[in-house]
Write a protein that binds this ligand. Structure first.
Ligand SMILES: Nc1ncnc2c1ncn2[C@@H]1O[C@H](COP(=O)(O)OP(=O)(O)O)[C@@H](O)[C@H]1O
Ligand SMILES: [Mg+2]
Length: 390
């Protein structure tokens, strides 16, 4: 089955559309990557989204507008992926949508809101769309995240040693071989917030770590940031930009006097490296398979390598999943599992009472035609290289 996975993470930098050929062969789920297209949010929509996200307040009218506009943007990405990557023969779309709010209180998740109305995607592509993946896991007592953990576990099972998957997005998360999975804290979120702030909106991230490379880590600021209680919470735990936003950065800087932009960005980069490395140390890893936009920040990667000197740090590309596309492929897998009536969570990862079949399904143009339910869940994910001329 050809499936398009649509993802935009907390960084809301771009909509990633990955296409995959997926099939169940015995106990294996075989994934052939067909490629990725990325569509930047247009400036107007990005600004509207930024203005509505925490810590800002918004209105239901604005939420409605965003739901429509994000749905339309996701639909355009899906149409492009179907044409360019699937010869127009995709059969299913799996859309994560754009996380706009993750409702966490005292370590418990009560709700999560992903915008991007799937009706627009179904209308534009004619295909059935699986969306709203997270709420079912929350209703089953889980955190609704990290959902990619099931894909990580299937993918890395059987690999020698204790491989840990690490994704450095706006928020960083990891999956350990025993199923433990959690958000470690901010990945790029605070670095992005500082870059945006100090450049008066000109920069949306610290491209190639250029600011951090010129700065010096400020120990007083780093100590203050490390006192954040989230880091000491036990797994399963999840966080988001409801916590790690520009206001959080302002509070951390208050009373410290003037600090150069480069020094602040260097300190925030060190904070990410330190909190990620502490989290990795806590799960007893022998190697780390890393993905996400943060891998493109050489200062962050050098700091992380320095903090984990005994571990091999490999890019997910080396194992066949392109680092920038991994999450979009993962959602293609989750949508495929839903379409086959299979659970798509590992209960230990999210803290749910049981694994759940995820999502809500919007029928395609032909009505709702799903494959026959699979007999049993796959026990591993096998990546196949795409054959030429497919
Ligand atoms: N060339 C680069 N240099 C430094 N950081 C980068 C670069 N490219 C991407 N990033 C970082 O990666 C982030 C996006 O990563 P991504 O994996 O898409 O996260 P998310 O899932 O939150 O959208 C950007 O916000 C930025 O911080
Ligand atoms: Mg992104």
């Amino acid at each position: 089955m050809r499936v398009i996975g649509l993802m935009s993470g907390t960084s809301y930098d771009a909509i990633d559309a990955a296409a995959a050929d997926l099939s169940l062969v015995g106990d294996s789920l075989v994934l052939t990557p067909l490629g990725l297209v990325s569509e930047d949010y247009d400036d107007g929509l990005r600004k509207a989204l930024a203005a509505a996200l925490p810590p800002a307040a918004t209105t239901l009218a604005e939420v409605c507008r965003l739901d429509t506009r994000i749905g339309q943007a996701f639909a355009a990405a899906a149409v492009r992926a179907n044409g360019e990557l699937c010869d127009g023969r995709a059969e299913l779309v799996a859309s994560h949508g754009q996380t706009c709010y993750h409702w966490v209180a005292e370590g418990q998740v009560y709700g999560t809101l992903q915008l991007g109305q799937p009706a627009w995607i179904a209308e534009a592509t004619g295909l059935p769309v699986v969306a709203d993946f997270r709420p079912r896991d929350i209703a089953a007592g889980g955190q609704g995240a990290p959902l990619v953990s099931l894909v990580d576990l299937l993918w890395l099972r059987g690999r020698p040693g204790r491989p840990v998957a690490l994704n450095l997005g706006g928020i960083a998360n990891l999956t350990a071989p025993d199923g433990t999975a959690f958000d470690t804290g901010a990945g790029c979120a605070l670095i992005d917030a500082a870059a945006r702030e100090f450049s008066c909106g000109r920069l949306s991230y610290d491209a190639d770590g250029a600011l951090a490379a010129r700065g010096t880590v400020q120990e007083a600021l780093l100590r203050r940031l490390l006192a954040e209680p989230y880091y000491a919470l036990p797994a399963p735990k999840t966080t988001g930009k409801e916590l790690f936003h520009s206001g959080y950065l302002h509070n951390a800087l208050a009373g410290l006097g003037h600090l150069a932009a480069e020094d602040v960005v260097a300190t925030l980069t060190a904070l990410t490296a330190r909190t990620v490395a502490d989290a990795v140390a806590g799960v007893d890893a022998s190697e780390v398979i890393v993905s996400g936009g943060g891998t493109r920040n050489p200062v962050l990667m050098a700091m992380l390598t320095a903090r984990l000197p005994h571990l091999a740090l490999r890019h997910s590309d080396e194992l066949g999943l392109p680092s920038g596309a991994k999450e979009a492929y993962a959602f293609a897998v989750l949508g495929f599992l839903t379409a086959h009536g299979l659970p798509a969570t590992h209960a230990r990862s999210t803290g749910a009472r049981h694994p759940s079949i995820l999502g809500s399904i919007t029928p395609g143009r032909e009505g709702l035609r799903l494959p026959p339910p699979a007999q049993r869940p796959p026990t591993r994910l096998v990546l196949e290289s795409p054959r030429r001329g497919r």
